[in-house]
Design a protein around this ligand. Sequence first.
Ligand code: PLP
Length: 393
Amino acid sequence: MPPAPSPTASLSQLPPYVFAELDRLKADARARGQAYLDLGIGSPDQPTPPAVVDAVQRAIADTSRHGYPPFRGSPELLAAAAGFMAERFGVVIDAERQVVALSGSKEGIAQILAAYCGAGDVALVPDVYYPVYGRAPLLNGAEVHLLRAAAPDFLPSLDDVPASVLSRAKVLVVNYPNNPTGAVADRAFLDRAVAFARDHDLLLVSDLAYSELTYDGFVAPSIFEIDGAAAVAVEMHSCSKAFNMAGLRIGFATGRPDALDALLAYRSNVGYGTPWVAQAAGAHAFSHWRELSAPVTAEYKRRRDAVYGALAAAGWDAAPPKGAMYAWLPVPAGFDDWGWVRAALDETGIVVTPGLAFGPGGQGFFRISLVQPAHVLSDAVTRLAQLAEAPVS
Ligand SMILES: Cc1ncc(COP(=O)(O)O)c(C=O)c1O
């Protein structure tokens, strides 16, 4: 092969992606003919609702929608997003100025971080975290300062950020209901986060991808239900989890108009917006959020209860999370992080994610995604608990 230019230092020097190592383990298992149950990745296993599929089919048949979509979003998506914010959270936004359609919230998160954090800037990110919060600033030449966010509440401590870091910090990311821990945040924490952002001139990025997946009577607030948030925050919403629409790639950003303008400026320089059909699907989902998300939430609750019931029966002392679609559990005694992940695959045929995939704070934990029916999950957890009782040498 002739010599080729190398990718940028920021890309080449990104820390190893733990999910890539997990992929390697799975490929090895396949190569030896071993079947496995993949509870590693959080991709919903349930189909997209038929009414959303119908909306997609109608949209693709509409020839007026075969050109480029508007950069900010289709009128239907913008209106549906504003309707969702009003009905679900009681938050009134201007559909024209305060919504940007996204091809999934992950890219919106990466783009807003890239729009604000460059060389010399710092992003404040709770440890543990959904990987893009850390990797997008690094890709853009910025620094990431991790905030300790330990058990039992997994809320970041905001009081001990060194002044030298704080003076360069541009954004603070929060994500409750949380991936990977399932933790939720009360209003007192959100109040603190808003005040902290205001006091230190930060953009507060709230990732609400799991807003509809909460249990036991907890209802996740939008950051914009908090006084003062409108002046400091943007919030990312997604259809992927609440409506089983991960494959369609649709979500939206809302919040401070100037931050959304920056996001839009970034997006318009690198792409042509979000496909019309995905926006039609998103418009349908956000306009029918209540009836479409209720059965999804109920199913994840059944699964969560099955998993934590099986854990309790096996003698594990673990409190069920109030949000999201994961079980976040300590690595059993006698195993190190990767040793446990490998043993789970080799001995029980179950793929779990090592906590380290979500930052150094994840050391000593592993994550199970609730992406199988309840009886499959409870059987899997029972087998894992048996393995934990009998460490392999
Ligand atoms: C916390 C969190 N935010 C955002 C996303 C991205 O969702 P999407 O890009 O599908 O909207 C995920 C996906 O797993 C997530 O866990």
